[in-house]
Design a protein around this ligand. Structure first.
Ligand code: ZN
Length: 409
């Protein structure tokens, strides 16, 4: 098996590791170099760099420092890569560390991060998931077990200087349209907690002030949180700087479409085994603006679903025009209300929909005024029959446990 070209120490802060960075900037030096055709292993912290712990207290989620995220491993330079090329990345495998067989999911407090349903779940809560080979279950959400569709939430190449300037300009304009909003409309550069890999001194100070935050997905890919970009996928990334500069992190053991809980999927530390190739001048040859990818030949097989519909009429009954975001929220809320009939709390159901391999589909965007979105809930992840029948739902979930809140609130 290939050797790790980037190693981490889970007992040390990621700030002490020069092969880690938490902003996007073209000046970040390559942490390692490889050649086209090489395969190699990169070790990754969980996205928060160890801020969330395996316990029954969500105060760490409530108090998380979101200006620190995401801690990425890289950039890995590929010899011969030039702007305009496509960097072809095979995800050969992804795994966990022997000493870290667990992951976390949570929702941030509305005051510090928020999430898709922050108006319904304004307080920080979390669930902890134990890994058992390819399966996972949580002591905080009984009655379910499923196979991990393991993937990196975040992977992409360094932006060019021009691209970085464009990102910062357009995101600042959006932020400035409602600067007091909580949560904010966008995350702007923030130098105090920036970690710029090998950069130091004045060069680091300058880059930290303009380095783009890692939260949004952008043209280069980045934090796309696509569950199907899993081990076995082949991804074609646009290259914007010499050597490409591929960085990766935010590994997920599993995630539902939408990563609705924001903190986040089942988040984990681990390693990823990659292989790289180049397609010279591939961006113009194939008209590539954003990455494209082929899914894995191997994925957990769930082929029976309960599918929840939602349309673009919000919780207050207000009609929205073809708004897919509102429609998907209604589909998710409908699924949560359904699961509560089996004994789950709303928070447990919300967390489960963020973690399990649920599918989200944009089903209709033309039938004015309503968009239709659907949430596909795999029925085989449950240890009981979750389908409707003439006898009505049974309270399968016993023990009256709920997701932990922050203890010292
Ligand atoms: Zn994540």
């Amino acid at each position: 098996m290939a050797e790790p070209i980037i190693k981490i120490d889970l007992d040390k802060p990621p700030y002490e590791n020069e092969s880690i960075h938490n902003r996007w900037h073209p000046d970040i030096p390559m942490a390692a170099m490889v050649k086209p055709g090489d395969d190699f292993i990169v070790e990754c912290h969980d996205w928060t760099g160890g801020q969330i712990h395996n316990n029954d207290d969500a105060s760490d989620v409530r108090d998380v420092d979101l200006t620190q995220v995401h801690f990425l491993s890289g950039p890995v330079g590929v010899e011969g890569a030039e702007p305009g090329d496509l960097l072809v990345v095979d995800i050969l495998d992804i795994g966990t560390f022997q000493e870290s067989q667990w992951g976390f999911n949570g929702f941030f407090s509305k005051q510090n991060g928020g999430g898709f349903l922050t108006e319904h779940f304004p307080e920080a809560q979390k669930s902890v998931w134990d890994f058992n080979g390819m399966f996972t279950k949580s002591r905080h959400i009984p009655g379910v077990e499923f196979a991990g569709l393991i993937h990196p939430g975040l992977i992409g190449c360094l932006p060019s200087k021009e691209m970085l300037e464009e990102w910062n300009k357009r995101e600042k304009a959006l932020f400035d349209s409602a600067p007091e909003r909580v949560p904010a409309l966008a995350t702007l550069p923030y130098a105090d907690t920036a970690h710029m890999g090998k950069l130091s001194g004045e060069a680091k100070r300058r880059a930290a002030e303009e380095g783009a935050r890692t939260v949004p997905p952008r043209e280069h890919g980045g934090n796309c949180d696509i569950k199907d970009l899993s081990r076995g996928s082949k991804i074609y990334f646009p290259v914007y700087v010499k050597d490409g500069g591929l960085s990766v992190g935010d590994l997920h053991f599993s995630q539902g479409d939408g990563e609705i809980t924001f903190c986040g999927a089942i988040e984990m530390a681990g390693w990823i085994h990659l292989r790289v190739e180049l397609i010279k001048d591939g961006m113009s040859k194939y008209a590539i603006k954003n990455p494209i990818f082929k899914p894995s030949p191997m994925t957990p097989k769930y082929d029976d679903y309960l599918i929840f519909e939602g349309v673009s009429v919000d919780e207050q009954g207000k009609q929205h025009y073809l708004d897919v975001h509102v429609a998907y929220r209604q589909a998710v809320l409908n699924a949560i209300e359904y699961l509560k009939k089996f004994g789950y709390s709303g928070a447990q159901a919300y967390s489960l929909l963020g973690c399990a391999p649920v599918q989200g589909h944009i089903s209709g965007v033309v039938d004015i005024p309503n968009a239709c979105a659907t949430l596909w809930l795999p029925t085989d992840i449950f240890e009981f029959d979750v389908k409707p029948n003439a006898d009505g739902p049974k309270q399968h979930v016993k023990g009256n446990i709920d997701l932990p809140l922050a203890k010292d609130k």
